[in-house]
Ligand binder design. Structure first.
Ligand code: 13P
Length: 247
């Protein structure tokens, strides 16, 4: 049986004081949760998060990593550096990076490869825009995005976490219905099944306006193994409600 995983993606939010308050509330609440939980913080806060979560079952991760090994890449952060401090996850290919930083499918795949090479678990994001959904291209877009990662990682694909995040549902309050999300998750699972016999054990998360009141219905779907949470991961009560729904 797959364990549910709930990951908070703080995006470019937080402050020393806000992070400390949020994590202290999560540490108080986590005894009620039966799922795996992680938070992905901006790079400057990872040391703080690592310190505050030390010894707890809550994991932490980064929101990106370089596809390159350490060297002359100004502004980038190598997977090796994240790994050195006990980082567990790195989100790669988030739609905001694809759209705002021009990251293409192969770069995303190379980042996933660099993460795995340094024992980080990449959380590989895929998802279609509203225009692509309306043009009937959802399946072809997410398959193309995942296919680049499958080709680059070969049998190691079983070690990634996949996140389906329809771009039109991110930060809009417009969630994919459980049925819409499940349909895409089933398609992604089938694609993974063709690449690895371990596909049945892989976690496929849903992201896009997940809240305490819609999480349970999404997580009840056969191929939805948890969530990647943006806005609601910044408020302890909201994030805790989602973690309870996954438990
Ligand atoms: P929201 O939960 O704010 O819609 O963001 C989803 C997301 O992009 C998580 O990576």
């Amino acid at each position: 049986m797959r364990r549910k995983l709930v990951v908070g993606n703080w995006k470019m939010n937080g402050s020393g004081a806000a992070n400390a308050a949020l994590l202290s509330d999560l540490l108080e609440a986590h005894a009620q949760w039966r799922c795996e939980v992680a938070v992905c913080a901006p790079f400057p806060y990872l040391a703080q998060v690592s310190e505050l979560l030390a010894g707890s079952p809550l994991a932490w991760g980064a929101q990106d990593c370089s596809a390159n090994e350490p060297g002359a890449y100004t502004g980038e952060v190598a997977a090796a550096m994240l790994s050195e401090f006990g980082c567990r996850y790195a989100i790669v290919g988030h739609s905001e990076r694809r759209a705002l930083h021009g990251e293409g499918d192969q770069l995303v795949a190379d980042k996933a490869k660099a993460a795995l090479a340094h024992r980080l678990t990449p959380i590989v994001c895929v998802g279609e825009t509203l225009a692509q959904r309306e043009a009937g291209e959802t399946a072809s877009v997410v398959k193309r995005q995942l296919s680049a990662v499958i080709h680059t990682l070969a049998h190691c694909i079983s070690e990634v976490v996949v996140a389906y995040e329809p771009v039109w549902a991110i930060g809009t309050g417009r969630t994919a219905s459980p049925e819409q999300a499940q349909a895409v998750h089933a398609l992604l699972r089938a694609q993974l099944q063709a690449a690895t016999e371990k596909a049945g054990a892989m976690q496929i998360l849903y992201g896009g306006s997940v809240k305490g009141d819609n999480a349970a219905a999404l997580f009840a779907q056969a191929d939805i193994d948890g969530g990647l949470i943006g806005g609601a991961s910044l408020k302890a009560a909201d994030f805790a409600a989602i973690c309870r729904a996954a438990s």
